[in-house]
Structure formats: structure tokens, C-alpha cells
Design a protein around this ligand. Structure first.
Ligand code: HEC
Length: 137
């Protein structure tokens, strides 16, 4: 009887330790990922609510941005762009993205992205991250 109790306590104790170790590892990995990639963190914070970036993810308020760098503006069939963006004739490169993120309406009257970023350093981080999002070919 006494022996059995002891064994129970021991095994539930080591289970708890194992579980908190796993939780600790997961927390470390997430923190390390955000720390390793401040550009990604900036994107998720500034743009992630409105823009998905995984292949096949449905549009949110804005279009999926996977593969946007080098893509023609307003070109996804799956997204209902404003007429102003749909009829834009540029390809997304650094200069266009920088102007867009700073103030889309100033760049192209009639577009409907309700987000402005005045800090050039934050814009640069986001643009660096967008460059890494290559569409599967
Ligand atoms: C509050 C929602 C919202 C936020 C936040 C937002 N966007 Fe947008 N974005 C939109 C909408 C809506 C459109 C479509 C605009 C239109 O059709 O005129 C858009 C369009 C775009 C496009 C054009 C894509 C294409 O296929 O031509 C780019 C590039 C873009 N956003 C980048 C960003 C980046 C980078 C950020 C973060 C710095 C950001 N957006 C933050 C809503 C948002």
C-alpha cells in the first residue's frame, strides 16, 4: 500500500516535470523565432491582421501577400480589389512597397488600404520580410 502510493506520487511528479519542460521549450522556440526574425515580427504586428501569407489561405480584409514581391499590383483573381488598385500598372518592388505602406491613398487615390506607416525603419523591415515570401512555382 505504502509502496503503491509512493510510486503514484513519483510518476505524477515526473509527468508534471516533463509537461512543464515541453511547455517551456515551446515558449522558448516561439520567442527565439520572433527574436531571430524581427522583420517577420514587424510584419505580423503591422500587417498580419489583414493579410494572410500562407499558400491557399483565404484573403482577409486585404489580399494574400505570398509572392507579392515582383507581382503586378492588383493581380489576384481571388481578391476583390478597388478599381484604383486593379487598374494600377506597376509591379511591386521596394520603391512601390515603401510608398504604399507609407500612405497608399497618397500614392494612388481611390485605393482602400486603411493603414499608414510613417517610420521608414519599420517599412524597411516589412519589405525585407515580403521579399522572403516566394510563391510556390
Ligand atoms: C486594416 C487592414 C490592412 C492592414 C493593416 C494592411 N493592409 Fe495591405 N491591404 C489592405 C486592403 C483592403 C488592400 C486592398 C486595397 C485596394 O483594393 O485598394 C490591401 C492591399 C495591399 C497590397 C497590394 C497587394 C496586391 O495584390 O496588389 C499590398 C502590397 C499590401 N496591402 C501590403 C501591406 C503591408 C506590407 C502591410 C503592413 C505594413 C499592410 N498591407 C497592412 C488592408 C490592410
Amino acid at each position: 500500500m505504502g509502496m503503491g502510493d509512493k510510486a503514484m506520487r513519483f510518476s505524477s511528479g515526473s509527468m508534471m516535470r516533463a509537461m512543464s519542460m515541453i511547455a517551456g521549450l515551446a515558449a522558448c522556440t516561439a520567442a527565439a523565432r520572433a527574436q531571430d526574425d524581427p522583420n517577420r515580427a514587424q510584419f505580423l504586428k503591422s500587417c498580419g491582421t489583414c493579410h494572410a501569407i500562407e499558400a491557399g489561405d483565404a484573403p482577409r480584409q486585404g489580399p494574400n501577400l505570398l509572392g507579392v514581391f515582383g507581382r503586378k499590383a492588383g493581380a489576384l483573381e481571388s481578391f476583390q480589389y478597388s478599381d484604383a488598385l486593379k487598374s494600377a500598372d506597376w509591379v511591386w518592388d521596394e520603391a512601390h512597397l515603401d510608398k504604399w505602406i507609407e500612405n497608399a491613398q497618397a500614392m494612388r487615390p481611390g485605393v482602400v488600404m486603411p493603414y499608414h506607416q510613417a517610420d521608414p525603419a519599420k517599412r524597411a523591415k516589412v519589405i525585407e520580410f515580403l521579399k522572403t515570401l516566394k510563391a510556390p512555382s
